[in-house]
Design a binder for this molecule. Structure first.
Ligand SMILES: C[S@@+](CC[C@H](N)C(=O)[O-])C[C@H]1O[C@@H](n2cnc3c(N)ncnc32)[C@H](O)[C@@H]1O
Length: 263
């Protein structure tokens, strides 16, 4: 998630770390990964994307990624290499039931739905379904996976609590991907650890927030970056010390943390 605007810091308006026109990857190498969409030379220099990611990207996912790129809030969508990671995780654990917190146009939702078996289901939660209805829903239908998507419009904490209140939902899910309001990540964690089975995965997006989590106290940054990176740091410390999970921090995209429920 990112905003297009800047924040106020001690009188100076500072740009947000994530800006329209830049990719959100932490890997700041145009040779390995296209960091800036408009390369001044016009040359394609994006070794990882060209070698491993884009040749394997399903055409329906590519189409939705390109449609999403045209959206004014395109920066909210997770990148193609992260979609490849999500799909592989879903398949590696043989996930059948999944949860997604934060849908936007449905880019990561489609990646998950494609990776699930034909009788799999992903409960997709967003407080506002307009971006999904306007952009992603048709792409999900065209990809032939609409039957795997159970969209729930609502505030994520409420929807997760509704899921928990339903009989048989504790431990029913294999996989969860969280990519919504960072201030609630720890609250999502508590609920998802009950919904996801032992051995299942809860995956958090943006857990390095452009590197802001490692900046010294008082480092200049926008108000939004300060507040989001503070919330992310709380989550990172929390999961690292949580005896119920094994946690693994990947520097993929904007930082991805995989938590595997152990007890
Ligand atoms: C970063 S976008 C999700 C991007 C998507 N996962 C992807 O990679 O394509 C975050 C989404 O979370 C939703 N959202 C933010 N706060 C929420 C909340 N408290 N409950 C439910 N949805 C929320 C927003 O409406 C937005 O669509």
């Amino acid at each position: 998630m990112a905003s297009a605007g800047g924040g106020n810091n001690g009188g100076d308006v500072l740009p947000d770390i994530h800006r329209a026109g830049d990719s959100k990857t932490l890997l700041k190498s145009n040779a390995l990964y296209q960091c800036f969409f408009s390369d001044a030379t016009g040359a394609r220099m994006q070794y990882i994307l060209d070698t491993t990611v884009l040749p394997q990207e399903p055409p329906c996912l590519r189409e939705l990624r390109h449609l999403t790129d045209k959206h004014e809030l395109a920066l909210m969508a997770s990148p193609a290499d992260e979609m490849q990671l999500l799909g592989m995780l879903v398949k590696m654990i043989g996930a059948k039931n999944a949860i997604e917190v934060g849908v936007f146009t449905g880019h990561s939702l489609l990646a998950t739905a494609l990776a699930l078996p034909d009788d799999g289901k992903v409960v997709a939660i967003d407080r506002d379904r307009r971006c999904y209805d306007g952009v992603g829903r048709a792409a999900v239908a065209k990809a032939g996976v609409a039957h795997k998507v159970d969209f729930r419009e609502g505030v994520a904490l409420d929807v997760l609590d509704q899921l928990l209140a339903a009989d048989g939902s504790e431990g029913k899910f294999d996989f969860a991907f969280v990519d919504a309001d960072k201030a609630n990540y720890v609250n999502y964690h508590e609920r998802l650890l009950r919904l996801v089975r032992v051995g299942g995965l809860v995956v958090y997006d943006n857990t390095l927030w452009g590197g802001a989590v490692a900046m010294p106290p008082g480092a200049p940054m926008s108000a939004m970056d300060r507040s989001v990176s503070a919330a992310i740091k709380v989550l990172n410390a929390f999961v690292a010390a949580d005896p119920r999970v094994e946690a693994c921090q990947l520097p993929v995209a904007d930082g991805v943390t995989i938590c595997r429920r152990t007890v």
